[in-house]
Design a protein around this ligand. Structure first.
Ligand SMILES: Cc1ncc(COP(=O)(O)O)c(C=O)c1O
Length: 405
């Protein structure tokens, strides 16, 4: 039975919050490590991490400390001035990636908007403005990022949409090359498409795309908003594909749980956004940047990357593959990279997600046909937590297989 207090928050929220989200019937008050706690203290194993945010779990001590310290010192100052926290995180990102320069925003979609503007300014002298994105992609909810998103259902009813956006099939280099026009200035790809059902880019595809875009002076933009900050087994997924993008867009986990986005690029391209061309009052907020810097340092200092992420994620993958072998008629495929995993199922993913919730485990249902369970555990999960997750999954699939037979 639900507690009175919990019912109170749900009812009050449903009355006053705009109804654009379909929320689960759950209220959370506290998070620690791999767990979330409801108001009566009941623990839920969180294998979703606020949708790929908490790569080191909830309330990581180093990140919490950095937030507290920065909040006591200075919360906001604007981009009229420098501040140590923003410089520190930018230096770290420059040190750890291909980039020479960083622009900070407050969210993923805003970082995508900045990347679109940078690409358009780059193409302006040659009259090019068109961007090719992948069918099934997701890039955000603001008008530009939404138009870039390769899913008609996301764009539906919001027209007229800005011109200059084309869609081509993911993992199909020849079709992308064929859809290029004289106006094409950039191609944008997620190394692993998350929202459509966790579909990884093929290595050969991304490498061919990189070679061709470079030869044709077309910018290659990687949307690493979901794949970044160690999620796939390296700080950013491009490292594993052995390519260097022209522009990389980051967000989600970047702010250690606080809202933060970033555009990473080269010295050469950075020149296309000179003073006055783009900006954000809050972008590069000192508290969010301090949290982000603590996160990046912890990822390397605590040996998460690459050793621990690789070994823990293969332990989880082995367990999931064993379940797939045990329930072949229910689990069709396990796909993804590192700790970004999609479990393709032959029954309703939403129903399975609800069964997980009843067992106090949080996962997400996605996929075009309600057929993918999305699993995004913290990189810091233990063997015991992984075993707990796998035994709950076993119990659920076992009950479903009895139902099916
Ligand atoms: C790949 C990708 N790009 C962009 C976005 C948009 O980010 P935000 O929700 O922070 O605006 C998301 C969010 O889910 C995403 O997964």
């Amino acid at each position: 039975m639900k507690s009175t207090k919990k019912e109170g928050w749900e009812e009050r929220g449903a009355r006053v919050l705009l109804g654009n989200y379909s929320r689960e019937p759950l209220v959370f008050e506290k998070g620690r490590g791999s767990y979330l706690f409801d108001p009566s203290g009941v623990a839920y194993l969180d294998f979703l991490g606020g949708i790929a945010i908490h790569v080191l779990g909830h309330c990581h001590p180093g990140i919490t400390h950095a937030i507290q310290k920065q909040a006591q010192r200075m919360v906001h100052v604007s981009n009229l001035y420098y501040n140590p926290a923003v410089v520190d995180l930018a230096e770290l990102l420059v040190e750890k990636t291909f980039a020479d320069r960083v622009f900070f925003s407050n969210s993923g979609t805003e970082a995508i908007e900045a990347a679109i503007k940078l690409a358009r300014r780059y193409g302006a002298s040659s009259g090019r403005y068109e961007m090719i994105s992948m069918e099934g992609s997701f890039h955000g909810r603001t008008l530009g990022a939404m138009t870039l998103t390769g899913q008609a259902k996301v764009r539906e009813g919001f027209g007229p949409l800005p011109p200059g956006f084309l869609y081509a099939p993911f993992n199909d280099f020849d079709k992308i090359r064929a859809s290029r026009t004289k106006n094409t200035v950039a191609v944008i790809v997620e190394p692993v498409q998350g929202e459509i059902g966790v579909i990884p880019a093929e290595t050969d595809f991304l490498q061919k795309l990189r070679r061709w875009t470079r030869e044709e002076d077309i910018l290659l933009i990687l949307d690493e908003i979901q794949t970044g900050l160690g999620r796939t087994g390296s700080l950013f997924a491009y490292e594993q594909y052995e390519i260097i993008p022209d522009i990389l867009v980051s967000s989600k986990a970047l702010g250690g749980g606080l809202p933060l986005g970033a555009v990473l690029t080269s010295e050469r391209l950075s020149k296309f956004l000179p003073p006055g061309t783009h900006g954000s009052t809050f972008g590069g907020n000192p508290v969010a940047c301090a949290a982000g810097a603590a996160l990046v340092r912890a990822l390397f200092a605590e040996d998460f990357l690459p050793e621990r992420v690789r070994s823990m994620s293969s332990y989880l993958w082995d367990g999931l593959m064993a379940l797939k072998n045990r329930y072949p008629s229910l689990i069709r495929e396990i796909r993804g990279k590192g700790f970004m995993i999609g479990c393709v199922v032959s029954v309703s993913a939403k129903k399975i997600k609800d069964l997980f919730r009843e067992e106090r485990v949080l996962v997400n249902a996605t996929g075009p046909a309600d057929d993918v369970i999305r699993i995004l555990p913290p990189l810091s999960i233990s063997y015991d937590e992984t075993d707990d997750f796998l035994s709950v999954a076993d119990k659920i699939f076992s009950s479903l297989s009895v139902e099916k037979s």
